[in-house]
Design a binder for this molecule. Structure first.
Ligand code: ATP
Ligand code: MG
Length: 397
């Protein structure tokens, strides 16, 4: 008899010819997510993964695994031999601390090993009998049980009830690569998380205006990136100084167009980086109507600056929903620190809300775009963001 951690994969895992590639990626991500805890051997048993670890670490490890993309459930399971004597001993162990409180239960049997002598209904009936025999406080209720007890017959029998739903999504790296425009705000880290959840591998591009913006502002962005890397894996953070571009826009162009023109520069610069380092598109944290610059007209003018697709996973979301996710991934507290990124200093009092491309192009005529882009690219600094879990962000509270 042995305690293990069971993991079931999302639907995608069960189908298709890339299945084993996904499984291997997931195992690597699970191991990375569990850094700091000792994970022993793992084995794969007819579509499910079982990991060995110290029992006292189970709650913390399960908290980590819950946030790995592409999984459906994680649970502490008791692995026993697949005969009813062993299963009875297992049930006694599984429920041993639960002899007082009155409970209703239902057994969910599953026969993954089709050679096992009983089918799932029969397994449920038999093991139900074993629970009743050993636990006077348990009563059957198949409609609305307090506790669902799973009995899963594979190469061994796995018994569990404490099943945790995982965050879902698709395994990282199965959805291409995209460059996240990462400001110091609340929205963009959430946008990166949401696309990574759909399997997109990310890089992040941040524009600062040093020395106009402080070293602390940049450090804030790095800390946001580090939080994100807990979920999205290691990634590259590209830092570009946009101060000269802002200064040039400020000096030459009509003020109300500042934000849109700056955003178009971000896309042009981003496209060069994307082409060089093989990103298939961009991710931004824009939500329609959240601020004056986030209108369909602005979006379409910004789209015009680059031929790469721009993914905007927050486009229809309310701020409060975005904040909920930021809190879940623990980027919120960092994002609300008061150090500004470049945009707020130069943000016009009354920005244009429905820019027309021809007006923007006329404004941009006043600038030497190629030279400004090149000059900005010369300021490029790249950091690799990779974080262990040495902080307590996943303490089991
Ligand atoms: P956020 O909370 O992400 O800062 P926001 O609501 O402040 O977003 P904007 O300032 O209009 O909205 O920015 C919209 C998007 O443009 C951001 O979500 C981000 O993807 C990108 N962006 C804005 N400023 C920067 C920057 N300094 N560096 C990189 N990307 C940026
Ligand atoms: Mg912002």
């Amino acid at each position: 008899m042995k305690w293990v951690i069971g993991v079931s994969f999302g639907e995608l895992m069960l189908k298709g010819k890339n299945r084993m590639t996904f499984v291997h990626k997931s195992i690597a991500q699970i191991r990375k997510a569990c850094e700091g805890y000792e994970i022993g051997r793992h084995h794969f048993d007819q579509g499910k993964l079982f990991l060995e670890a110290n029992k006292e670490d189970f709650p913390a490890i399960i908290d980590r695994i819950k946030m790995v993309f592409g999984l459906s459930y994680v649970y502490p399971a008791l692995m026993v031999e697949k005969n009813y004597d062993a299963i009875e001993e297992g049930i006694k162990e599984l429920l041993k601390d639960d002899r007082e409180e009155k409970r209703t239960f239902k057994i969910q049997g599953n026969r993954a090993d089709k050679t096992f002598e009983h089918n799932s209904m029969e397994i449920a009936a038999k093991v139900g009998g074993l629970v009743l025999k050993n636990f006077r406080n348990y009563k059957v209720d198949v409609k609305n049980p307090d506790r669902m007890i799973y009995v899963d017959i594979r190469s061994q029998a796995f018994l569990y009830y404490d099943r945790h739903k995982c965050i879902g999504g698709l395994p990282l790296g199965t959805g291409g690569r995209a460059l996240l425009l990462l400001s110091g705000g609340i929205d963009s880290p959430v946008a990166g998380f949401e696309m990574a959840r759909r399997g997109v591998e990310i890089g992040a591009l941040h524009f600062h205006s040093y020395p106009f913006t402080s070293e602390r502002a940049r450090d804030k962005v790095k800390r946001l990136a580090e939080k994100l890397s807990i979920y999205v894996g290691d990634f590259r953070l590209y830092n570009i100084n946009l101060l000269n571009i802002y200064t040039a826009i400020n000096k030459n162009c009509r003020e109300r167009y500042t934000t849109v023109i700056a955003r178009r520069f971000m896309m042009r610069i981003g496209e060069i980086i994307a082409n060089k380092d093989r990103y298939d598109g961009f991710i931004t944290g824009e939500a329609l109507g959240q601020v004056a610059s986030q209108t369909i007209q602005s979006i379409s003018v910004v789209n015009e600056a680059s031929s790469l697709p721009i993914l905007r996973p927050l486009i229809n979301m309310d701020k409060s929903d975005i904040i909920d996710i930021a809190e879940m991934i623990k980027t919120y507290d960092i994002a609300i620190e008061p150090y500004d990124d470049c945009c707020s200093f130069f943000a016009p009092d009354r920005p244009v809300t429905k820019p027309r491309l021809k007006d923007i192009l006329a404004e941009e005529e006043k600038l030497d775009i190629d030279a400004l882009v090149k000059e900005a690219l010369d300021t490029l600094e790249i950091e690799t963001i990779s974080v262990g879990h040495e902080d307590d962000s996943f303490s089991n509270d």
